[in-house]
Write a protein that binds this ligand. Sequence first.
Ligand code: MOS
Length: 691
Amino acid sequence: MTELLEPRAIGADLARRDGAAKVRGLVAYAVEAPVERPAFAHVVQSTVPRGRVTTIDTAAARAVEGVLAVLTAGDAERLAATSDRELAVLQDAEVDFRGQPVALVVADTSEAARQAAELVRVEYAERPHDSELQVDHPELYAPDQADTARGDVSAAMATAHATVEQTYTTAMQHNNPLEPHATTALWDPGAEVPLTLWDSTQGVHSTRSTIAKVFGLGKEQVRVVCPYVGGGFGSKGRPHANVVLAAMAARALPGRAVRLALTRQQMFFLAGYRSPTIQRMQIAADRTGRLQAIAIDVVAQTSRIKEFVEQAGTPTKMMYAAPHRRTTHRLAALDVPVNSWMRAPGECPGMFGPEVALDELAETLGIDPIDLRVRNEPDVDPETGKPWSSRNLVRCLREGAERFGWADRPPARHRDGEWLVGTGVASSVYPTYRSAQSTAVIRHEAGRYVAEIGAADLGTGTWTTLAQITADALGVPVEDVEVRIGDTRYPVASVAGGSSGMNTWGSAVVEAARAFRDKFGADPDDGDEADAGVDQAAKDSEHAAYAFGAQFAEVRVHADTGELRVPRLYGVFAAGRIINPRMARSQLIGGMTMGLSMALHENSVWDPRIGQVANHDLAEYHVSVNADVGDVQAYWIDEHDPYVNAMGTKGIGEIGITGTAAAVVNAVHRATGIRVRDLPVTLDKVLAGLP
Ligand code: MOS
């Protein structure tokens, strides 16, 4: 148990410190880093899904005016570490997926680089490829993550009063932050720190470690700078091939800075994506709705060159009580681009199947879907037997019901003119990750306090919220605190991932503030400084810690056309203490909107004949836009969790997206009687079943 910080600045509705400069266009993003006379790089991608480059002719490309270099596997530098084959770019002739980098053109202007890239002639010896995920793929395998099992699900299914046994699928989705993946790289061999990367990343320190290893450099030979990020969602949580290529180009042109930005289309090949998932659910219940069994068997894909497990079975381990339970994951290794993190990997798709299945069970039993969830609250974590650090799902459901007007909801298949109207609910959850390694330094400078830590602000508000935490940890007004982040010159900080940023970096600044006060008391001199931090050892392992939430959706379906609208989406969350309501609302509403997008729009349509996303741009890959979004409201309950960290925070970046799509699908069913089990809910899936 920790004594929670006395909140003074914490909880204040402060505007973003970087907001005014951002809207005035005064801050530099990665590709705008202030360098002299930058060169521009453009990636040449493979046009076959699998095979080998047999010849590559760069003469025409080199002849374009302004071209400085054309790198291919034939002449690019040999990397020191090539075990991560996503990052081992231009090292051999093999082609592992369509769109893999096969050359890089560097020129004085981006126009020349792109023109020359078009002129690189590549011939391939193509081999047959396999890029189609199928539930009965002959080579499905079990990744290292252990399956979990307790009791006998099959036996419970055979004898239960009511069962649901259905398969649910979620679509492949691509991260589309506003700012594409981009890097400015400078190799200055004479400098103390020869390699500088201004990179759009969720973690300057983790990017530095990875890139240093790939090039065989010491960490101290690499500096990564990233004060601002135009969105990440996980795709910038680890460096992808583009960062290696940018550094490679810079090393080929010593002293000349090189800018490399992926195009929007290239992001559909090189920036990671969320695997499609196939989720077979089994639920068994007695007549009162108490679950006897819950099981999920997940099939997902991974690229053949780098394993990534979309752990969609994870939330089923802990959401609801049931004596008989099972979760499994099976993967198909395919000739596809490398999949990776996308907002709430695992939990986001993994809260679709189970939360729709529960709605199906509620209907079968004639029990209100909120009551059904409340009846299956586990006293302790069903997976580990640990007590909850705090679990307020029921409060979220009840408060949401109140705010949304659940009790007065329209009857099933309610008709309002040409529109069928329905409402739906689903739970949401996200684990509270704590205390990865991070250190902060606090210094007294010119009468103020400066906190330095190599943390990230993805647009989430770290510049502001970390100042609020530091102020309370020092017991000074927030105006007296300056925060410096986004540079490996500042102490090591964990990556902004798993909604853990504020939990971890906040804990580090609290430790540093304590160390500072212990050392210098309340009246320090200029230049006094102290550093301290947290690591895994600081973690409370006695409790199961999660944020919870309840999502409510109102859906209108046009009776003739199947057009779907979502006029209302309300979420109520129990996510620990909220550092800054303005930033929190933006994260939660953003997550919910992305969940709406998952429900209705986002779908990377895979063409297995050519091994490529067919709709690889924002003209055809639809994300919810302003016209799609109705009244979205995020609320939270006042939760004080003394076990998670000194701030009492649980992380809010991802919880908003979990459960949202299930709430929408459950509302579509209530409106139309049609049960869609395959995301996204496009109108063709409801049209045939409309009255
Ligand atoms: Mo997030 S997918 O943990 O960056």
